[in-house]
Design a protein around this ligand. Structure first.
Ligand code: PEP
Ligand code: MN
Length: 357
């Protein structure tokens, strides 16, 4: 059910029907020179919306926490001198107040804040009566309801110019990505709210420069509305997220080569879906291996206690329980039972192997 009241983002000078809507700029506003230099180079390449973090959420204290209100002055200069619009992250009511006062055009809420309903409600309260586009990043954890809850809170304050930013999710088995994309989550968000613009953040998903181009292309192929990318005039010496920032020139090169097909429905590409299947099959194999190891331990126990390998009571209990569970998950109960008969057969074989040793 459409429980969000949405209107277009209505960003001055931006045609929202033209994909991608691009927001670019450094992870953090570090110095006036870095901000101005990056902004000028991006503006030269035709970028219309400049991003920079003014307040930075850091995992541990003592790191660079952003330049705060000093940096807002630089954002004003960017606006005046390049006529780009400006966007920054807000996490607390005082950030909202200072940003509005400095004429920031677009606000975004970071992943750590979205995950905190208290903080979201405070932000929402501070936005009552304000008319500004707000983009909400997904929470760090893969919880679509928490993401929707944050959107609802901001919407409840009267903000209808809403958008979502997909920046990937924390996950224990991160190998390729800094934040696992779990594309099915933004796709489900789109299914529930077809009018909510979704912007992909390849920088925070990838965490590495080389992944920006393929992620941008993937986002376009899947029908995302826009891209928010980190770009820095001197990426290697960036004070935060150095590995994932690209030169404005490089960003231009990437955007130039993007193939944007119109009328793409927001769905996952076949190759992304196959990758998900491969990942799941790997997990299934890991689980089966673990299960067989535990079975062998049980085999050792049975041997030491001179017990029979097959305990029929236990066997039918497993089959019945899993059959019912399978049916509740939308699978055929007989199919699930067949799987467990096969797993049980292999378990028995492994236990016999131990007993006969
Ligand atoms: C950022 O955009 O620089 C940022 C801090 O992002 P996230 O909230 O996605 O970690
Ligand atoms: Mn960053």
């Amino acid at each position: 059910m459409e429980d969000l009241k949405l209107t277009p983002l209505n960003i001055p000078g931006i045609d929202e029907n033209k994909r991608p809507l691009v927001i670019a700029g450094p992870c953090s506003a570090e110095t006036e020179e870095q901000v101005m230099e990056t902004a000028r180079q991006l503006a030269d390449k035709g970028i219309r919306i400049f991003r920079a973090g003014v307040w930075k959420p850091r995992t541990k204290p003592g790191g660079f926490e952003g330049m705060g209100e000093t940096a807002l002055e630089w954002m004003k200069r960017v606006k005046d001198e390049t006529s780009m619009l400006t966007a920054t992250e807000v996490a607390m009511p005082k950030h909202v107040e200072a940003s509005l006062k400095a004429g920031i055009d677009i606000l975004w809420v970071g992943a750590r804040t979205t995950a905190n309903p208290f903080a979201m409600q405070e932000l929402a309260d501070s936005l009552k009566g304000v008319d500004i586009p707000v983009l909400i990043k997904n929470p760090v954890n893969p919880d679509i309801e928490l993401w929707i809850g944050a959107l609802q809170r901001i919407n409840g304050a009267g903000i209808t110019r809403l958008g979502a930013i997909h920046r990937g999710f924390s996950s224990i088995d991160q190998k390729i990505y800094r934040n696992a994309p779990m594309w099915h989550i933004p796709i489900e968000l789109h299914r529930r709210y077809p009018n909510l613009p979704i912007i992909c953040d390849p920088s925070h998903i990838g965490g590495r420069r080389e992944l920006i181009a393929p992620l941008c292309q993937q986002a376009m192929d899947m029908g995302f509305n826009g891209l928010i990318t980190e770009s820095h005039c001197c990426p290697d010496s960036a004070w935060s997220d150095a590995k994932q920032q690209v030169l404005p020139d490089v960003l231009d090169f990437i955007l130039d080569r993007l193939v944007v097909r119109e009328n793409v429905e927001m769905t996952e590409s076949l190759s992304a879906l196959r990758k998900q299947i491969d990942d799941l099959d790997n997990k299934l194999m890991d689980l089966l291996t673990q299960r067989m190891r535990v079975s062998r331990e049980i085999g050792t126990y049975k041997k030491e206690h001179a017990m029979a390998v097959v305990q029929t009571g236990r066997y039918s209990e497993i089959l019945d329980k899993r059959g019912v569970q399978g049916a509740m998950c939308g699978m055929d109960a007989e199919f699930v039972k067949k799987i467990f008969v096969a797993i049980h057969e292999e378990s028995v074989r492994q236990q016999m192997d131990i007993i006969n040793k």
